[in-house]
Design a protein around this ligand. Sequence first.
Ligand SMILES: C[S@@+](CC[C@H](N)C(=O)[O-])C[C@H]1O[C@@H](n2cnc3c(N)ncnc32)[C@H](O)[C@@H]1O
Length: 283
Amino acid sequence: MSVKFAEISEQDFSILSKMLTEKYGIKLPMEKRIMFQARLQVRLRGLGYASFSDYRDFVLNPEHTKQELREMIDLVSTNKTEFFRENEHFELLKKDILPQLMSMINLEEPFLNCWSAGCSKGHEAFTLAMIFDDFERNYLPGLDFHILGTDVSRQIIQYAQKGIYPFCESEQIPEEFRKRYLLKSKNQTIPKIKIANTLRSRVDFCYGNLMDEEYGLKSRFQIIFLRNTLIYFETKTQTAILRKVIKQLQPGGFLFIGHSESLINRGLPIESVAPSVYQKTIL
Ligand SMILES: C[S@@+](CC[C@H](N)C(=O)[O-])C[C@H]1O[C@@H](n2cnc3c(N)ncnc32)[C@H](O)[C@@H]1O
């Protein structure tokens, strides 16, 4: 039995992609139509629809819209990530930024609060946890730290919460850290690694949409990683998000963006301190 491949018209793609952009910020120009069509096939089949026009009507039904947009974003968002991605940032943290931040911290009860926004499967948050834990061991015993990872894909957040990854993904992690922070599965057929509890207890993952008016975050952060996420948004949307994100940063705190992203001429209260690294202005 052959499975029918559903095709989406330009008009239906415009309707659905506009809804996704409004809710989640991700821009989906017409060139993404074929990608969208391919990724949604499984969903259509699961719902028993043979055509995108039936699926469009289903999504437009107010009873289904909210839930179905969640399903769509899980399928459409780009979640590429890895441990120690764009490693220059972690080197800079170790050598310059953490020592600098220590001068701003209450050394009697040193606490570092960090946010990985658009955290995907959690590699970035756990890399930060390794760097902070190592810093604590070597330079500041007693340093307490917490990392919050947020992402708009609920499916990806559930993955991150487990802290379990294919063994091959540990290759980017320095050997010393692999020994200290990873547990290996006994299963040789599909080898996996698990992040040790010492780190997992310092990291929390939860759903968070950067497009929301308010982020509902109670504390402010000394470090925010917002890397390789803004790149999928329109410039105007990026700037609006950055204003809200920077509000969550303590004055003097640091914002990291992806290597291919830029914040030039946006009138934001930050100054560049290194490529793709910014410090919030102290007024
Ligand atoms: C390419 S990954 C980047 C992961 C990680 N920051 C890194 O650099 O390796 C981008 C992530 O941003 C998330 N994302 C997209 N739109 C978002 C939004 N409106 N709010 C929060 N996260 C979003 C996606 O689900 C995806 O997991």
